[in-house]
Design a protein around this ligand. Structure first.
Ligand SMILES: C[S@@+](CC[C@H](N)C(=O)[O-])C[C@H]1O[C@@H](n2cnc3c(N)ncnc32)[C@H](O)[C@@H]1O
Length: 296
């Protein structure tokens, strides 16, 4: 395990169960956002995530989930993502440890044909759970959205003791339509399941305050920590793949170099043609070095 740290943001290179057990004090975290591998056979940095059975996968999930619960403060909250098929098991387990307040649907559009003989999936479920339903952070105002019903038509709500215009702002419902990260987006990184910053903005703004500690045990491209940093929170991200740790170090400005390699955002194909030769050379050299290393 290796820890990189700067200005209240920690990137831990290692296995989440080991790191949670060894490096995170119990009852010290305000908010956990957990987006683990879903046991669907996705490839992360050349390694396929697939457990020998559903039971083995769930047992692994229960271990890190229990550790995350242990690390939360009594006022803490957790958001947990998984596939539609695994979520019922995860839900039942989490329910025995925390109070689940919302079952959120992250809905997105698909760019291509997904399925022709069944209904393709256009959402991922997210659980929102708290340790204590009578004492938890929820900053409704900072995530309020426009209310599209009565307020837009300037209707009067006569059910109130003193009739008044319908409120024009409301807390979002549990269906969140947020586009997935696309190649042309500025935030895009080379990772198969990067989550959008907009999704994390809502989670972190609602369920933590400035200076709070936000923990992501499966940091990937470190979206959670990047958004936490932008919102003035502290963060801890744990990630097992060195390639993704490098993304985290760069995105969080923890380091500009790693083992002699300059950490730069890779240029997009359409940026390459506009690039000065020197920059292009750097990128070709970095890529060649990385290819040599990954063949070892
Ligand atoms: C679904 S992705 C997370 C994506 C992340 N939310 C983002 O926005 O980029 C899951 C990540 O967990 C990492 N991972 C898998 N097993 C791990 C483990 N045992 N400990 C820590 N990280 C792990 C994978 O390398 C992958 O980057």
């Amino acid at each position: 395990m290796r820890v990189f740290e700067k200005d209240g943001h920690r990137a831990i290179w290692g296995d989440c169960i080991e790191a949670l057990s060894a490096l995170i004090p119990d009852h010290s975290v305000d908010l956990v956002f957990a987006d683990p591998p879903y046991n669907l056979g996705k490839v992360f940095n050349g390694k396929r995530e697939k457990w020998e059975s559903l039971e083995a996968y769930l047992q692994w999930c229960y271990r890190w989930m229990d550790l995350c619960v242990l690390k939360l403060k009594p006022t803490g909250s957790m958001y947990l993502m998984n596939s539609t098929q695994n979520m019922p098991y995860i839900d039942v387990h989490l329910r025995s440890k925390m109070t689940i307040l919302s079952r959120i649907v992250w809905h997105y559009d698909s760019s291509g044909v997904q399925a022709s003989r069944y209904y393709g999936s256009l959402y991922e479920p997210i659980l929102f759970a708290v340790m204590d339903p009578d004492n938890y952070t929820f900053n409704a105002d900072s995530v309020a959205v426009e209310a599209r019903t009565g307020a837009v038509r300037r209707l009067i709500d006569y059910r109130k003791p003193k009739p008044a215009l319908y409120s024009s702002r409301k807390v979002p419902g549990n269906v969140w339509s947020i586009p997935r990260v696309r190649y042309r987006m500025r935030e895009y990184e080379n990772h198969p399941t990067q989550k959008p910053e907009a999704l994390l903005q809502r989670v972190i703004a609602a369920s933590s305050n400035e200076g709070d500690i936000v923990l992501d045990p499966f940091a990937g491209t470190f979206t959670t920590c990047v958004v936490a940093q932008a919102l003035g929170r502290r963060s801890v991200g744990i990630e097992i793949e060195e390639e993704y740790i490098k993304i985290g170090l760069r995105r969080l400005s923890i380091a500009s170099e790693y083992a002699g390699e300059k950490l730069r955002r890779p240029l997009k194909t359409y940026e390459l043609s506009r690039t000065q030769p020197s920059q292009l050379e750097f990128q070709v050299r970095d890529r060649a070095r990385w290819n040599t290393r990954s063949r070892r």
